[in-house]
Design a protein around this ligand. Sequence first.
Ligand code: XBP
Ligand code: MG
Length: 252
Amino acid sequence: MAELKCLLWDVDGTLADTERDGHRVAFNMAFEEAGMDRRWSVETYGELLKVTGGKERMQFDIERGGMPAIPFEKIAALHARKTTHYETLIGQGLIPLRPGVLRLLEEAYAAGVTLGVSTTTTPSALDALIEHSLGKEWFNRFAVLAAGDIVPNKKPAPDIYTYAMEQLGVSPENTIALEDSGNGWLSAQAAGLKCVVTINDYTAEQNFDGADLVVSEFGEPDRDAIEVLINKHNLADVHHVTLAHLQAIAEA
Ligand code: XBP
Ligand code: MG
């Protein structure tokens, strides 16, 4: 029976719905600023999200003929501008945390559970979200912020989860990943982790077979009950996800 010692949080789509109104808008601002015709619609961005990493996403769009071919240095420069625009958008406080995120983080932190971040996103973009949506005190409360190009292979590869666990000295059996996407679930699974998924509009139809718990959101005690799509361990009374549920998943 394994004790829950660590929670590793994905960022985009899990902590907050950053993709449609944050990252997508910032990419389009960078394209416009560079005099490019390309704009990513809400629908097109959904297709592109199957590729994790903003630079990789642009490269993929080029390869499929959506954007004219540009050298990698130009992609990297565009992405740097995109990140600046994203940080400005986040700084405006327009993108709140998803329901139940702060509640669960606070509950786990108070209980002495080690907290970390494992994300594909760029470190400075992550910092902006922590500062403006969570609060600066969380820079000290997360024991590791594993993000972006720090590992060679992005999700669905396990690298970013494996890296975070190495940094923390925790083992997979004591750790649960919190994710929102099929690529995130595959990454967590490949790292040997149990995984709780909160779906969103972009990920609702993706495949989460084998995940431990798949829900519409973490929810709140004083709101309507969340929707439970997969409940592998037959947890009872999942009106909202609690630390006790996560402990039960670790022990299952
Ligand atoms: C998030 C990503 C990121 C963001 C954009 O995936 O794939 O690429 O979309 O961020 P996950 P950057 O939630 O699985 O970590 O442009 O900084 O890459
Ligand atoms: Mg995500």
